[in-house]
Design a protein around this ligand. Structure first.
Ligand SMILES: [Fe+2]
Ligand SMILES: [Fe+2]
Length: 230
């Protein structure tokens, strides 16, 4: 069951290599307007991220983004788990939470692959500072975890909308990275046993980052699609 889902997602990811398919897929939710609270929180996260890591995409900025991007998925699993501890006799509700855990689990495994492989690649490019690249992302993650958890617990729609904004930012950063460094990335090899374990093979870093970019737009769109199932 889970495997079938994984294969379908991988197919969707590959189809988004085609610029026209990507454009159509992305357009679907480009104009989605999140409510005020997620917008405030999302803008704050992105603003501080730009202040600490700069506006332009870099390996080390991606490392920080990926540490932080995993967190909402875990917070949703955790909040759903708590919900089910309290409301297990309500079958309709249990079904709803079990379904939403599925998206969270799949995306969480995907983001884990991103952070492991990207931090490995970053090692070859630049030196990571303990404060800027390890401690600050942990602080961001702590703040993001609890914002996402509390929102999800009381108003799940707003939590998904916050994720929509963060994933949208991640997508834009990878897209810019591919446009600016495309040629260099095509000449850089990619070797990672974690990536192989995840089930992906790429000829070079361009292919890897393109697949990551596609993952982020899938995360962004799916965040809105699950709202409709709430
Ligand atoms: Fe990611
Ligand atoms: Fe993501």
């Amino acid at each position: 069951m889970k495997h079938a889902h994984h294969d379908t997602l991988e197919q969707l990811n590959t189809s988004l290599n085609d610029p026209e398919t990507l454009r159509t897929y992305k357009e679907h939710y480009d104009d989605y307007k999140p409510s005020l609270l997620p917008r405030l929180l999302g803008n704050m996260l992105i603003f501080f991220g730009n202040v600490v890591y700069g506006r332009a995409p870099t390996y080390l900025k991606f490392r920080a983004i990926e540490v932080i991007a995993r967190v909402p998925y875990h917070s949703w699993s955790s909040a759903s788990y708590t919900h089910l501890t309290l409301f297990f006799t309500d079958e309709r509700r249990a079904l709803r939470y079990s379904k939403s855990i599925r998206f969270a689990d799949i995306a969480q495994a995907n983001e884990t692959m991103h952070v492991v492989v990207i931090s490995r690649l970053a090692q070859a490019e630049a030196r990571a500072g303990v404060l800027r690249h390890t401690l600050i992302p942990i602080l961001f993650s702590f703040f993001y975890f609890w914002s996402s958890y509390i929102l999800y617990f009381f108003h799940p729609k707003a939590s998904y909308e916050l994720n929509y904004l963060f994933e949208s930012h991640a997508f834009q950063q990878y897209d810019e990275f591919l446009r600016v460094y495309g040629d260099v990335l095509r000449s850089k090899p990619i070797e990672s046993s974690f990536l192989t374990h995840y089930g992906r093979t790429h000829a070079n870093q361009y292919e890897f980052f393109r697949a990551v970019r596609n993952d982020e737009i899938i995360h962004r769109n799916t965040s809105i699609e699950v709202i409709q199932k709430l």
